[in-house]
Design a binder for this molecule. Structure first.
Ligand code: MTE
Length: 324
């Protein structure tokens, strides 16, 4: 397995402005092909998927981000794209890779509604061109006590929220995923109150680390990882990061969320990574790093997944055992 360290990324690979300006045209071209990636010339990306995996995906233009976590071994592209939770496509880890191939990610729109100045809908290619796409390596910690290190590609969700123009009384943001029984066999296998729903407090959603994510390893997201657009909230358990988002809804009250509704004692609304609050059925003190060597597989879990310096102040004065 070829694993690159994030601090080995060449610093010279900042996207030239001309290439950035061309991205929209490029992506529209990719969309016009109907299936992302087929026969499209590749353009510069920053981190390559490992060679042994034939990545049938389209490259994104990315710029380096100061918010990237450095010094960690990246999880392989193969592990990131074959060991997934995406229950719409089945409950086993391999099901999303096996079943998500029929998900059509063009045309795709995202609607912002609820407590906003005006309801708006934006096409995925326009969304991609809102801001330069940044490469951000983040730790990814699942509530099931496994973890990965993933080079995501996207920009801060705050950019989209500013465009959405929420009203002052909007205190929470809800994210709703696609629900399409014609391509999602998992909808019949488990009831998560479809469509999959997650939510953040507005200040969490506006935090610069919260990433509206379009790709990984410098390429568009594979379907099983939440194509064409998902959320990544690196200091929270992975289930907060809704995949294949079609709607972003602004509310004054805490929104319903899929896992919290399913098992409120096990999955709180906040879901901050916290080694001091065990899941009722297992410890959260350590995690298994997927794909790591036997010697480094077991890792201590870090408070806020290691992002405490940036996010702890969001929770000043809150009892994090109660608000788990
Ligand atoms: N989003 C949707 N729509 N459906 C899901 O089942 N699973 C969540 C989250 N987002 C899920 C989802 C869970 S439990 C986790 S751990 C992460 O996605 C997994 O992301 P990954 O497969 O990219 O590692």
């Amino acid at each position: 397995m070829l694993i690159k360290k994030s601090n080995e990324i060449p610093s010279s690979e900042i996207t030239p402005k001309s290439a950035y300006l061309n991205r929209r045209t490029f992506m529209t071209g990719a969309a016009a092909l109907g299936a992302v990636g087929l026969g499209v010339d590749r353009v510069a990306g920053m981190i390559e998927p490992q060679d042994e995996v034939e990545a049938a995906a389209t490259k994104l233009q990315t710029v380096k981000s100061p918010l990237s976590t450095s010094g960690l071994e990246l999880t392989s592209y193969k592990d990131i794209t074959t060991y997934n939770n995406f229950y719409e496509f089945g409950v086993e880890k391999g099901d999303p890779a096996a079943n998500a191939g029929h998900l059509k990610v063009r045309p795709w729109t995202v609607t912002v509604d609820g407590l906003v100045k005006q309801k708006k809908t934006v096409g995925i290619d326009e969304l991609l061109s809102f801001r330069p796409i940044e490469e951000r390596v983040y730790r990814h910690r699942c509530v099931e006590a496994w973890s990965m290190v993933i080079p995501w590609a996207g920009y801060s969700l705050s950019e989209l929220i500013n465009w959405a123009e929420p009203l002052p009384k909007a205190k929470y943001v809800q994210f709703l995923s696609l629900k399409d029984s014609s391509v999602m066999p998992g909808l019949q296998q488990i009831d998560l109150g479809w469509p999959y729903s997650e939510g953040l407090r507005m200040d969490e959603a506006m935090h610069p680390l919260t990433l509206l994510t379009f790709g990984l390893y410098g390429e568009v997201l594979p379907n099983q990882d939440g194509a064409p657009v998902r959320l990544v909230v690196p200091w929270k358990y992975g289930f907060k990061s809704a995949k294949s988002i079609v709607k972003i809804h602004f509310t004054s009250d805490q929104p319903r969320t899929a896992w919290n509704e399913m098992a409120p004692r096990e999955y709180g609304f906040y879901s901050n990574v916290n080694p001091n609050v065990d899941h009722p059925r297992w410890s959260q003190k350590s995690e298994r790093r997927i794909g790591a060597s036997i010697f480094s597989q077991r890792q201590p879990t870090l408070m806020f997944n290691g992002y405490g310096d940036q996010v702890a102040s969001l929770y000043n004065g809150m009892d994090l055992k109660k608000n788990f």
